[in-house]
Design a binder for this molecule. Structure first.
Ligand code: ADP
Ligand code: ASP
Ligand code: MG
Length: 456
């Protein structure tokens, strides 16, 4: 088995493979070769195989029949066993996968009888549990000494199911004790997205959280590199699915990339760059399908800092406007509004205020495992003021540098927006972005128009 022994000062790269990269055997094999080709790759963080987490989200919901439950488990089984068909000596692995699927069915049944956020997170964790077992064997099939490691031994979190917060001190301590020693002779394959609370229950870090898990592990190991392998050849000037004019960015600063991720560039989970920035670990983003094409380097210092770097789009935004004449010349109203939001663990993205009203946006995506704006929150706000809720909006962020100090930024952006109804706009708080809301129906068209203007 190939693995050169590693001493503590050696160069470690943590590599994360997303859902499409571990979707089937061919995809996994490509990723395994990426690992084999660079001896610094000691820790592999995997997502669930493409589509599996979406099935699990459905399975974790309340209104699901026994027939649908069975159908979903069968669909997941098909995805996973199809990969095993290509592996020799996979009997033991198949048994492990079938045992996990039985466990999953039991959780699904329990969930339909008595729904809880705790069981939902246990259900969501099965995708990563299975893909990590399978990927280790794919590594072994090409002669790499890959072993699965249960990340719950180190990724200790609080009890906030669906968006658990990781205990960094415990992560660092447990990593040194139980993970680091293994890296001398093994390539470790572990799960993104999942963790464990003090009661021993499984938690999850939020949709798309595997990027963040990988960054946290890189930080805990003091790794020299974090590689995020996905289905595009790096970070683009905008989502390449929206316009074929989008182009790959060679290098980008931590600050700019963090803003892109925060405002919806799905390529990175919003929190991914926080650990990387704390420890100054450069992040590479590339395509596991075309590793030879290179990718984007995200790092502290970059050569160029253009005014316009990219455009992010986040759909399914909700705009809440609260209005109270009591706000006129009064203090303390906003504090009360935010106390309600804090109680329900909701975070506000954009905010604008006028004399007697405040407008705020919330990320409210379907299939999310995080706290969402619901009727209870609205009713509590109604005790304080008039509340109106608008759905079907998209948040667009123009990300770049010194946007707040550059002459003419507004002119070029607003020229591109002629004919578009801009529902709300935020500018000035950050040097890196200018954000606004448009109707979902006009979102893609708006991004395209802006891209044509700013990146022609
Ligand atoms: P993974 O499963 O590997 O985590 P994701 O689907 O979460 O992959 O993220 C990759 C996708 O992010 C791409 O396929 C692309 O459509 C989307 N994306 C959104 N914004 C950008 C951007 N600015 N640059 C590149 N990809 C983007
Ligand atoms: N599998 C999880 C999801 O689909 C986490 C991830 O892929 O990053 O959200
Ligand atoms: Mg992702």
């Amino acid at each position: 088995m190939s693995v050169v022994s590693l001493n503590d000062n050696n160069y470690i790269t943590v590599s994360k493979f997303g859902g499409t990269s571990v979707a089937d055997h061919q995809a996994m094999l490509r990723c395994a070769h990426i690992i084999k080709n660079d001896q610094s790759n000691r820790v592999v963080v995997v997502s669930a195989s493409s589509g599996v987490t979406n099935y699990l989200v459905r399975l974790s919901q309340e209104n699901i029949s026994e027939i649908e439950q069975k159908q979903i488990v069968e669909n997941i089984k098909r995805i996973q066993l199809n990969i095993l068909k290509h592996l020799n000596d996979s009997n033991a692995l198949e048994k492990q996968i079938l045992t996990l699927l039985d466990e999953l069915s039991a959780y699904a049944k329990a969930q339909s009888l008595n729904h809880s956020a705790r069981i939902a997170d246990s259900i969501l964790s099965f995708g990563e549990q299975m893909s990590s077992l399978i990927f280790a064997q794919v590594l072994q099939s090409i002669g790499v000494n890959g072993h699965t490691f249960d990340v719950r031994q180190i990724m200790k979190t609080n009890n906030l199911y669906g968006q658990a917060v990781v205990d960094l001190a415990q992560l660092s301590k447990c990593t040194a004790q139980v993970l680091q020693p293994k890296l001398k002779n093994e390539v470790i394959v572990t799960q993104g997205f999942i963790g464990q609370n003090d009661d021993g229950y499984t938690t999850t870090l939020g949709r798309g959280g595997s990027d963040y898990s990988a960054a946290l592990i890189a930080e805990a190991l003091n790794a020299k590199n974090l590689a995020i392998w996905t289905d595009v050849v790096g970070i683009f000037t905008t989502d390449p699915r929206i316009t074929d004019q989008a182009r790959a960015i060679k290098e980008i600063s931590f600050g700019e990339a963090a803003e892109m991720a925060t405002f919806g560039a799905k390529i990175l989970h919003p929190a991914t760059l926080i650990p990387a920035m704390r420890q100054n670990i450069p992040v590479f983003v590339g395509s596991s399908k075309e590793p030879e094409k290179g990718g984007t380097r995200i790092q502290k210092k970059v050569e160029s800092k253009p005014t316009y770097r990219s455009i992010s789009l986040r759909k399914e935004q909700t705009l809440v406007t609260v209005k109270s004449p009591a706000m006129l010349h009064a203090s303390g109203f906003l504090a009360k509004v935010f106390a309600v939001l804090a109680k329900h663990e909701l975070s506000v993205d954009l905010i604008t205020t006028s004399e007697i009203s405040v407008a705020m946006t919330f990320d409210n995506p379907t299939g999310s495992t995080q706290a969402l704006l619901n009727s209870t929150v609205v009713e509590e706000l109604e005790q304080l003021c008039e509340v109106s809720v608008e759905n079907g909006l998209s948040l667009i962020a123009v990300v770049g540098n010194s946007i707040h100090k550059t002459n003419g930024v507004g002119t070029s952006i607003f020229d591109a927006l002629s004919g578009i109804n801009v529902r709300m706009i935020c500018q000035g708080a950050s040097e890196h972005n200018l954000c606004f809301l448009v109707n979902e129906t006009q979102a893609n068209e708006t991004v395209e128009k802006l891209h044509n203007t700013l990146f022609a």
